[in-house]
Design a protein around this ligand. Sequence first.
Ligand code: T3D
Length: 260
Amino acid sequence: MTFDIIDFNIREGVATITLNRPDKLNSFNQWMAYDVHTALDHCMENPEIRCVVITGAGRAFCAGQDLEEAIAADAASIEEHVEMKYNPLVRKIRAIKKPVIAAVNGVAAGAGANLAYCCDIIVAAESAKFIQSFINIGLIPDTGGTYFLPRMVGIHKAAELMMLGEKMTAQEGKDLGIIYRVFPDAEFINGTTELAKRMAQMPTKGLGLIKKALNMSLNHDLDQQLEVERDLQGRAGRTHDNAEGINAFLEKRKPVFRGE
Ligand code: T3D
């Protein structure tokens, strides 16, 4: 597959989507959004892909909405813009039955920060910064930010980040439990690649079911979630990889998961 505004490649079960407008800090224009939507659809459908990585080219991860495009657009169409461009990104990332890693190589601002937050695992380069920059231009957080952030860090920390629009360092994000690993900048690519390859060798169906259970837990009470666990465990228990995992344990060997 070839794209205009993003780079997309598949290696060893890992699909990497690289946002590629580095001179504009990979801010989202409509063409880049179209490319990312198409790439995510492909990741959803292609069984060879067992892990997805989203990252940015150059010194930024993503600076959110392209403000030159925004100023040129009709203000009355903002709702449509959000519905067509950003909401499907969040829905697709949460619906893909495979792990999605946000590999935050540099600054992540506005919708760029919230794009990272809706992924399953977030890793960051030491120099990366996260900014809920919406309020700095009089907007409110979108791209799922008002849903995920308060659930991740609590309502007061979310309010602080969203209302003050200040930079958060990668290390602060790790201390808050948002970020899994902060790599020294020079080790970022290798560290991310190693993690993604590792996840692409894991029981993919099981990972997808964990994701489904987590999606549902955000709005469920305990009894509802116990029922979800029962049903999804039944599905996990009928996968090839569950049988392989148990056999490998009993035979004292390393399991070879096929993602089936
Ligand atoms: O309308 C709707 O659709 C509603 C939806 C909104 C969703 C949103 O995401 S709203 C939030 C939009 N994003 C921002 O407000 C962030 C704007 N950018 C910044 O605050 C700063 O650029 C950063 C803090 C991210 C980085 O600062 P710094 O000093 O490292 O870089 P810089 O010099 O500001 O930017 C470098 C270049 O990228 C510069 O271009 P130039 O002068 O070299 O030609 C700058 O204009 C450009 N750039 C950065 N961000 C954007 C951008 N160009 C267009 N849109 C951007 N968002």
